[in-house]
Design a protein around this ligand. Structure first.
Ligand SMILES: Nc1nc2c(ncn2[C@@H]2O[C@@H]3COP(=O)(O)O[C@H]4[C@@H](O)[C@H](n5cnc6c(=O)[nH]c(N)nc65)O[C@@H]4COP(=O)(O)O[C@H]3[C@H]2O)c(=O)[nH]1
Length: 953
């Protein structure tokens, strides 16, 4: 009986021990499970948020790149395809997730043929195309096309060049939005011409406006738009690159789906990482048994006006994973319960069950062993994940700083190697210090103020910051700071990411320089000149002050460029720019418009007035001799001045009028200045009109030569004649060369006209010789352009050969300033001409910058005294003295002297008295057509002889 009672009692106590032990173990297990689940979910949400932030930053950066591209079009008026290439190339290398950059241009129906033809020399099969079912075909006729014109890189994007996007309503709507919001706008997902058919892409557009148009309102911007710049992204490539910058998503057990739109609709899905549903599944085990439900995080954000929706899903996780603690508790509880039961059981049945107890303990130990192994495995996994994150942070190209959330200094606890590389500070130097050490003398104070207030308020903050590195060098950073919270939600640290955007900022600065400065001389360019002038006009208006716009043009710059090449030309321009800087006041602005054209803006201030001495200073500064590549030049310049407001109320008009005045200065013999008068405008208009006709005059045979006799003062005979060109204009009548020769020089027409003159003069002289009029020498004027022409000598030789005229009977008249521009070069050409046997004379002698030492070295035959001296020879003692000294100088150099413009007997007598050899002028005959000249020859110039006789009395 006792035995039975004892056995029953012991069974009851064993059962009770088991019930209580298992109950308590189960409760503990479930509670721990819940805590572990919560921890897992929090960790997952944090990782998912990191992905979302990465994507958002990556997309914002892509849009920012497009903003930089668009700046090219706002700062440079109509940039070339090559400029577009040069500008986008480094950006494409820096941002490989960009598929392409392009510039779309509006082309009207009537312009289509010309546009296609203009592109074909570069792209032979070029045509405007449209996209139909993934294929490009020739675009049908439309009123207006939006054509992909500039495209970089070309490789891989060929299908998009010439594509007309105007039929794509999505693109057009997006462009409208971009115009309305005046900011970059993204399309939704669309099919790309250059991608495979099942891939989607997106475009981010920014409108390009015509320069100079107002852009304040949407209506103004619509009127000014000429196209747009676009960044093209292949959604898969873009997203994969952005995500993979943190390591493959799949390895982290995340499934990411990206939608361009507000919700997870099938049509808006542009990207999904690999399906990870079965990644962790044990074959044969149903998913509801033993697996945790995947966690799903959804986020929606806005990129360039386009909503993006992102879903991040976790892989199904086995219940055993992350439940190590609860399982340990379950195991340990079970063990304890069983031990207690076993203890009781042993007490009652020790002897009988001893063997069984040993077996049970062995089994329990095995179970514990398994649990321990699982625990170790889980810990190792967690450790590996931590190490991976550590390595990722260390490998990051951007600087990362971790700071303790301890005010007031927020000491730095960790910096990654990129931080050391970028700032120059080592971990040892910054550890324990605050980020204040980045604040040098050159920093952006406001940026730091923003960061400190974000730290104090424990919130995120993103600023573009200028800091100093250890060497004191200036750097630009995109600085992003965010609080890091403990499991209890307390901010324990801050993490800061520092993106080095110094090179991008440098780009921007360079772009600004290029947009506003002349690259060769560093002076202000045309674009900037307009702004400077507008400010100067506003100042002049407000304070009622004078304002001068001075147009400076170098005389005979083309001569240097044509003879010595562009390198020498560039050197000359740089020297001139330096001289101009030295000649003007600090308050004046000098701009270079191109070639040898400079504009100076001079404002009047209370203590600094404006007068012509300012202009003379400029002339004097330019006029100093200059040696380039062993050649000595005597540069001069012509100046034109337009004054505000009398000569124009806007920048363009002032510069135009200064240019017209400068042209007048050139016409008046160069090396002088002229103030604009309204009459000059008329002349400029006339110049434009005759320029068109001048181009046709040779073809229409409208030129003819007049000949003016040259008289030998000893014999009284006609010994030669000067050939002077005339233009028989169908409407204007006989046009003087004074009106068209300089125009012909500017346009280059002087070359065909000049060679016509030489040929006609030689033919006529030979004809007179054959007709028995003896050996008359004909002289022709040579212009600068002709003089520097490469084949001048050979072409003159050919004319002499063709016409049969003796070289000795041709005289070339060169102006003094022409040969003095580059003396060495001139001597070389003159020697070659001399070897041909032709005569050479210096025209207008005495008017320019003459140097006797050079004159001696010129292989010339004749000096021609300019008519300005002859005119006043009997009235002005200076002119008379100059004339006499020219004659004696010429004779001492064994040169012949001829005086031109002889109109009176007094002039004739004077010249004769002082030993002048020859003369020409109205006193004998004006220049006359060839038939009349023959009459002069026939009359044996009785008149002249009598004139000579009377002058000798
Ligand atoms: N006041 C006055 N003037 C006199 C007298 N005798 C002649 N003249 C004018 O003086 C100018 C002399 O030519 P230039 O100094 O070489 O100056 C020339 C020359 O520089 C240029 N020119 C004329 N024909 C040619 C040509 O075929 N080629 C080039 N490159 N230039 C030419 O046009 C300029 C003007 O030619 P034109 O109108 O024919 O004017 C001619 C002539 O008609 C006089 O007694 N008194």
């Amino acid at each position: 009986m006792y035995k039975t009672i004892k056995r029953v009692g012991s069974s009851i106590s064993v059962s009770l021990t088991l019930i209580i032990g298992f109950g308590a173990t189960a409760l503990l297990f479930l509670g721990t499970c819940k805590l572990e689940d919560d921890a897992f979910n929090q960790d997952f949400e944090r990782r998912a948020s990191l992905r979302v932030t990465t994507l958002q930053r990556g997309l914002e950066e892509a849009v920012q790149v497009l903003t930089v591209i668009n700046r090219l079009f706002t700062t440079v008026d109509n940039p070339t395809r090559d400029q577009f290439h040069t500008f986008t190339d480094p950006l494409l290398q820096k941002y490989p997730h960009v598929q392409a950059f392009s510039f779309q241009r509006f082309v009207m129906r009537g312009e289509r043929y010309d546009f296609e033809a203009a592109m074909q020399p570069r792209y032979p099969k070029f045509g405007i195309t449209t996209l139909v079912e993934g294929k490009t075909i020739s675009a049908p006729l439309r009123d207006r096309y939006l054509v992909v014109d500039y495209l970089e890189p070309m490789q891989g994007n060929e299908a998009a060049l010439g594509l007309d996007l105007s039929a794509n309503q999505l693109v057009i709507d997006t462009l409208q939005r971009a115009i309305e919001t005046n900011s970059p706008v993204s399309t939704g997902a669309l099919r790309l011409a250059q991608a495979s058919t099942n891939e989607r892409g997106l475009l981010v557009l920014m409108p390009v406006y015509r320069h100079g148009m107002p852009l304040t309102t949407a209506a103004e911007r619509r009127a000014a738009v000429i196209g747009d710049t676009t960044a093209v992204f292949n959604a898969r490539v873009l997203l994969e690159r952005i995500f993979n910058s943190f390591g493959p998503v799949r390895r982290e057990g995340l499934e990411v789906s990206v939608y361009i739109g507000t919700s997870a609709s099938r049509e808006d899905l542009v990207y999904r990482t690999d399906d990870i549903r079965n990644q962790a599944m044990v074959p044969g085990l149903p998913s509801w048994l033993g697996y945790r439900r995947p966690v799903l995080v959804r986020r929606t954000f806005d990129i360039a006006g386009q909503p993006w929706h992102l879903e991040v899903k976790s892989a199904p996780i086995p219940l055993t994973s992350n439940h190590s603690n609860s399982l340990l508790i379950l195991g340990a509880g079970t063990l304890l319960t069983l031990l207690a039961a076993a203890y009781l059981y042993t007490l009652s049945m020790r002897s009988r069950r001893i063997q069984r107890t040993v077996d049970e303990r062995t089994a329990e130990l095995r179970l514990t062993n398994v649990l321990l192994k699982e625990d170790i495995h889980a810990r190792q996994q967690a450790e590996r994940a931590l190490q991976l994150r550590q390595r990722a942070i260390e490998a990051s190209a951007n600087a990362i700083i971790i700071m303790r959330a301890t005010a007031p200094d927020y000491p730095i606890e960790y910096v990654n190697p990129a931080f050391e590389r970028i700032t120059g500070y080592s971990t040892a130097e910054v550890g324990g210090n605050s980020i204040r050490m980045l604040e040098g003398p050159d920093v952006d104070k406001q940026g730091f103020i923003d960061i400190w207030s974000a730290l104090n308020e424990q919130r995120e903050c993103n600023v573009v910051l200028r800091t100093n590195n250890k060497d004191g060098g200036m750097m630009w950073n995109d600085f992003y700071i965010a609080p890091v919270k403990s499991e209890e939600g307390k901010v324990t640290h801050f993490v800061a990411a520092l993106y080095d955007i110094t090179s991008m900022k440098r780009y921007e600065a360079e772009l600004e320089f290029q947009a506003n400065r002349d690259v060769l001389t560093g002076l202000v360019n045309r674009n900037m000149l307009r702004k400077v002038l507008e400010e100067a006009m506003a100042y002049a208006e407000r304070y009622q002050r004078s304002l001068w716009v001075v147009f400076v043009d170098l005389d005979r710059f083309k001569f240097v460029n044509d003879t010595l090449g562009h390198k020498a030309g560039d050197l000359l321009l740089k020297t001139v720019a330096g001289r101009l800087r030295g000649a003007v006041r600090d308050t004046d602005t000098i701009a270079r418009l191109g070639s040898d054209e400079f504009v100076i803006v001079m404002s009047e201030y209370t203590d600094v007035g404006l007068d012509t001495r300012n202009l003379q200073r400029i002339q004097a500064a330019i006029a100093a001799p200059m040696t380039i590549e062993g050649h000595t030049f005597f540069p001069t310049c012509s100046l034109g001045v337009a004054a505000y407001p009398d000569d124009g109320r806007d920048a363009e008009m002032l510069v135009k009028h200064a240019d017209i005045a400068m042209y007048r200065a050139k016409q008046s013999g160069r090396d002088n200045y002229q103030f604009y008068t309204p009459a000059m405008n008329e002349q400029a208009l006339e110049r434009l009109r005759i320029e068109g006709d001048l181009r046709l005059a040779l073809e229409r045979n409208e030129f003819l030569l007049h000949y003016q006799p040259k008289i030998d003062l000893r014999s009284g005979e006609i010994v030669g004649m000067e050939a002077l060109i005339r233009w028989q204009h169908p409407e204007l009548g006989m046009v003087s060369p004074v009106r068209f020769i300089s125009l012909a020089e500017e346009t280059g027409l002087i070359l065909p006209i000049g060679s016509w003159v030489i040929r006609t003069a030689c033919e006529q002289t030979k004809a007179w010789q054959d007709a028995g009029w003896g050996k008359l020498r004909v002289s022709v004027n040579l212009s600068v352009r002709q003089f520097v022409q490469k084949d001048l000598v050979s072409s003159i030789a050919a004319v002499l050969k063709d016409t049969g005229l003796d070289a000795d009977l041709l005289e070339l008249e060169l102006t003094e300033s022409l040969v003095m521009t580059d003396v060495e070069h001139a001597i070389g050409i003159l020697r070659q001409l001399k070897e041909l046997g032709v005569h050479l004379s210096i025209d207008d002698f005495g008017t320019g910058y003459s140097s006797l030492s050079y004159l001696k070295r010129f292989p010339i035959d004749v000096l021609k005294i300019d008519k300005s001296f002859v005119r006043d020879i009997t009235l002005d003692a200076d002119d008379a003295a100059i004339t006499v000294s020219i004659i004696s100088l010429a004779h001492s150099l064994k040169l012949h002297v001829i005086a031109e413009g002889v109109e009176t007997q007094e002039q004739l007598s004077y010249l004769r008295r002082h030993g002048c050899d020859e003369m020409q002028g109205y006193l004998f005959s004006p220049p006359v057509p060839a038939e009349q000249f023959e009459t002069l020859l026939q009359q044996k110039v009785d008149l002249m002889k009598s004139a000579l006789v009377s002058s000798s009395r």
